[in-house]
Design a protein around this ligand. Structure first.
Ligand code: F0G
Length: 365
């Protein structure tokens, strides 16, 4: 059945239920990136492409568990605030489970593909005149008043499902390389994945499946315009300060108040990892680099590779390290950003001669 094909429910021994509302999710590719590996200069480089999930992001791994819990609890309205991907996943899994979904989005700051998904999967979409963090404040209020079941990553069951990213990485990397990766680099917004991966590794150590030394260094990447966790780490792991004004081309991680920071910061610290901020230009360059190896990701996802490149250049990452970069969402989520980062289409007259004339010259646009 469908649930047996799920890369999440395959690991149900680590989950609160045997099965859930599935599409099915997980089992995403762990791509080799030979040119990028040499270019960045590390011993091994893999890209775990979570954009290959049913709705095109890692959020599906959390929703398959979270919506199952909502059924168990017997709620009738599911809700989230979202920079886009959470809303797409919630709408799809809510529809699959036959439930009503409500999503609050920051007006004008959500990529087209994500709104299209939420819309077609029948979510009620409210565009708030405010940023993501303010949307989340409202949804938390709604949940506290009993008006909706909250399915942001504050919901711990979401993170249970997202732990399976770590299980898949460890299993597959070991099968291919005979060892575990030294480091996992991932984009950070609300820091849900960072918290989920840390929980995953703690459980693996506790079960005796891996040793403390085999836990990969968790390395977070934020956009310069939305980097409160990087700031907290630079200030000696102080409490994370909420940034009121945030901006980045990577709209998925345009977040100033990472709600899972208290769970994620110890993960970065205890695993010997770090966090780094990258510019929008560095994100765009990385998006092009990854695409140049045939793998299409959205801007926030490319932040992982941009961060690795920066840390390698600064000597924070050694040349003998094996690294897995997490790419969290698919290129088609944000077609506008992809078109801006990529080659410009060239107009040409309707004739073979005109086409030949044009392709003799290198592209001018
Ligand atoms: N990458 C993508 C593509 C995302 O959509 C998100 C979060 C992140 C990274 C950050 O993950 O929160 O676990 O640190 N998107 C949320 C949303 C906020 O609403 O879709 P995190």
């Amino acid at each position: 059945d469908e649930f047996e094909g799920s890369g999440v429910w395959r690991y149900n021994a680590a989950l609160p239920f045997e099965e859930g509302v599935t599409l099915p999710e997980g089992d995403t590719p762990l791509h080799e990136m030979p040119r990028l590996k040499d270019d960045i200069g590390v011993d091994a480089l893999r890209v775990k492409h979570e954009g290959m999930n049913p709705t095109g992001s890692f959020k599906d791994r959390g929703m398959t568990v979270g919506v199952r819990v909502a059924q168990e609890v017997g709620v009738d309205r599911l809700a989230c605030a979202s920079t886009g991907n959470t809303s797409a996943a919630l709408a799809a899994y809510g529809a699959r489970g036959g439930m009503e979904t409500l999503v609050l989005l920051p007006a004008g700051k959500v990529a087209a593909g994500k709104i299209a998904q939420a819309s077609l999967h029948r979510a009620r979409i409210l565009e708030v005149d405010g940023n993501f963090d303010q949307c989340l404040d409202i949804v938390q209020d709604l949940a506290a008043r009993g008006e909706a079941y909250l399915l942001n990553s504050l919901n711990p069951f979401r993170l249970e499902g997202q732990k399976t990213i770590g299980l898949e990485i460890m299993e597959e990397f070991y099968a291919d390389n005979g060892e575990y990766p030294d480091r996992i680099v991932l984009p950070v917004g609300n820091a849900g994945n960072t918290a989920a991966l840390y929980k995953c590794f703690r459980e693996l150590v506790k079960a005796g499946a891996i040793t403390e030394e085999q836990v990969p260094k968790l390395t977070g990447v934020q956009a310069e315009g939305a980097a409160p966790m990087v700031e907290a780490i630079e200030n000696g792991y102080e409490d994370t300060r909420r940034w009121e004004d945030v901006e980045t081309r990577a709209t998925a991680i345009r977040i100033g108040n990472p709600v899972n920071a208290p769970k994620a910061l110890p993960g970065i610290r205890e695993t010997g990892g770090t966090a780094v901020a990258v510019s929008d230009e560095e994100i765009t360059e990385a998006q092009r680099d990854i695409a140049g190896e045939g793998v299409g990701v959205e801007p926030a996802s490319a932040a992982s590779v941009a961060g690795l490149r920066k840390l390698r250049r600064e000597g924070e990452v050694d040349s003998d390290e094996s690294v897995v970069c997490l790419t969290t969402g698919h290129l088609l989520k944000d077609p506008e950003a992809a078109a801006e980062a990529g080659n410009e289409p060239e107009p040409v007259a309707n004739s073979t001669e005109a086409v030949l004339d044009l392709i003799e010259e290198p592209s001018s646009v």
